[in-house]
Design a protein around this ligand. Structure first.
Ligand code: AP5
Length: 218
């Protein structure tokens, strides 16, 4: 499968990607995760990216596009890939098309998670992430067995700095201004399938799996 997961912040793209790759073994590439890793390591890219991420703004196209195209060229793609959080602008979508054409790995499907504003806000304000292994929880929807501790590795759970209400509002505005246009872009290419991001994790996973099956990708 060569698939893009598209949708607003908090739509559940990362959560679905992690269950999908467990089952279907594709490569999961999340620009958000790659950027947070660069910030943690204190690289030059990480230092520059942090100034944008903390405000909920998009990191410049050239930086994220290079990150993803380098990975697509070097990482194993024999079981396909799931792109999560990329592309996010028209320019990024064009760079992706060109890179995939060069690699003879054209995109097969874009799954758009249509998600209501109330869902987005409650999911993002309640999200907690493991500092050690990156596993995602939600204080109400998907709580860990022990508050503040990761079920998988025992690591400490923390709240992302961009998951504060004011930054979330800006991320939604940025999404509406810069990313939403990709729905039309991929619809025009005949690649777009819509699902409801408002559903609970298992139910949504069943629907996404059905979409992948109908497209002959799994
Ligand atoms: P990024 O990390 O990509 O953030 P995002 O797109 O804002 O997406 P999120 O990770 O917030 O949401 P998600 O849809 O993955 O939801 P999740 O599954 O975690 O980007 C962060 C920043 O990096 C950007 O603001 C930007 O600065 C920069 N950046 C990244 N990519 C870039 C790019 N291409 N170009 C430029 N800049 C870029 O779920 C959220 C919560 O809800 C969790 O707590 C989860 O447990 C819970 N949950 C998930 N699904 C469900 C469900 N079905 N039911 C109930 N709860 C659920």
């Amino acid at each position: 499968m060569r698939v893009v997961l598209l949708g607003p912040p908090g739509a559940g793209k990362g959560t679905q990607a992690s269950v999908l790759i467990k089952k279907y073994k594709a490569l999961h590439l999340s620009t958000g995760d790659l950027l947070r890793e660069a910030v943690k390591l204190g690289t030059a890219v990480g230092k520059e990216a942090k100034t944008y991420m903390d405000r909920g703004e998009l990191v410049p196209d050239e930086i994220v596009a290079r990150m993803i195209t380098d990975k697509l060229r070097s990482a194993p793609t024999q079981n396909g890939f799931l792109l999560d959080g990329f592309p996010r602008t028209g320019k990024q979508a064009e760079i992706l098309d060109a890179a995939l054409a060069e690699l003879s790995l054209p995109l097969e499907l874009v799954i758009y998670f249509e998600t209501g504003a109330a869902t987005i806000l409650s999911r993002l304000t309640g999200r907690r992430v493991c500092r050690q292994c990156g596993a995602n929880y939600h204080v109400v929807n998907i709580p860990p067995k022990k508050a503040g501790v990761c079920d998988a590795c025992g690591g400490e759970l923390y709240q992302r700095t961009d998951d504060q209400e004011a930054t979330i509002k800006n991320r939604i505005e940025v999404y509406n201004r810069q990313t939403k246009e990709l729905i039309d872009y991929y619809q025009a290419k005949g690649l777009l399938k819509k699902v409801s991001g408002d559903l609970e994790v298992e139910q949504l996973f069943g629907i996404v799996s059905g979409v992948l099956k109908s497209a002959g990708l799994v």
